[in-house]
Design a protein around this ligand. Structure first.
Ligand code: IPD
Ligand code: CA
Length: 278
């Protein structure tokens, strides 16, 4: 696996230049950020999410007019090529708003026939880190101009694993996620909630985190990151033998996968069971 084979994949090349452009747009942060809410009072969207999505969609439409596009902020166009771009203009909007550097632009490309991601690019502008992957060709990060292959950690025991997770925006879902967390936390080395599913999956790919799980993430949160992690050696699935989906995503090093899945299944982590008093 060589860097050049991934970097010269035309889909990766295009997504990389668009993600960089969107990242620059987002770094030019205006003094006043307009905030709207979506599914709940904690689910925020800014004009910068919308501007970045509009920029990405315009670029994709210019270069790939026959492809479908699905975006977090409403882009949803059909295409005729059998390929679909899945984009999150800012993954980690709450971090962006609070000026916490952990946010990114995520662009994945799916083959609609197989349902599989075939290319993925994630750009974290504040860190100036570009993560890229192409199906079957491995994953790489380009950090401050230097490229490095990604490889998951060799973590072999859940008890020594640092696991990332995230929380949804609905109160009932959060209560259930907190309930599951009380069962996971005592069995792992530690938990991180960093605030961007997409970057967190890149951190699994890079062996920084040993795994990640979350209920309720959407296609745009994980389309690129799941491919990047899997191509770096991670195992990824939902629960009960299902594929990764909205119900659950679990992405880990091979050795700890079965143990983490078992805890999540035992605790019905893919449903909003409350089981806690208000
Ligand atoms: C969110 C982030 C967060 C995850 C949430 C996502 P957004 O995406 O990925 O880490 O825990 O479930 O919705 O709203 O910042 O694009
Ligand atoms: Ca997102």
């Amino acid at each position: 696996m060589t860097f050049d084979s991934v970097a010269s994949d035309p889909y990766v090349e295009l997504a990389r230049s668009i993600a960089k452009g969107a990242g620059e747009l987002l770094l030019a942060r205006p003094e006043h950020i307009e905030i709207d809410t979506k599914s709940s009072a904690t689910d925020v969207v800014t004009q910068m999410d919308r501007n970045a999505e509009a920029y990405i969609v315009a670029q994709l439409t210019k270069h790939r007019p026959d492809d479908a596009i699905l975006g977090e902020e409403g882009a949803n166009s059909k295409g005729s090529s059998g390929l679909q771009w899945v984009i999150d203009p800012i993954d980690g909007t709450v971090n962006y708003l609070h000026q916490i550097p952990h946010w990114c632009v995520s662009i994945g490309l799916k083959d609609l026939n197989s349902g599989e991601a075939i290319a993925g690019v994630i750009y974290a502008p504040v860190y100036d880190q570009m993560y890229i992957s192409s199906q079957g060709l491995g994953s790489w990060v380009i950090a401050q101009g230097v490229a490095r292959i990604l490889q998951v950690s060799n973590c072999a025991e859940l008890s020594s694993a640092v696991i990332g997770t995230g929380f949804g925006y609905a109160s009932a879902r959060r209560q259930s996620q907190a309930r599951v967390l009380t069962q996971v936390l005592p069995r792992v080395a530690d938990i991180r909630r960093l605030g961007s599913c997409a970057i967190d999956l890149c951190l699994v790919a890079d062996g920084v985190l040993d795994g990640y799980y979350e209920r309720g993430v959407n296609d745009w949160d994980h389309a690129a990151g799941e491919l990047i992690a899997r191509e770096a050696g991670a195992i990824s699935s939902g629960l009960w033998g299902n594929k990764v989906g909205n119900d659950m995503i679990v992405v880990t090093t091979p050795a700890i996968n079965a143990d983490l899945i078992a805890i999540l299944e035992t605790n019905n982590a893919d449903s909003d069971v409350i089981g806690l008093e208000d």
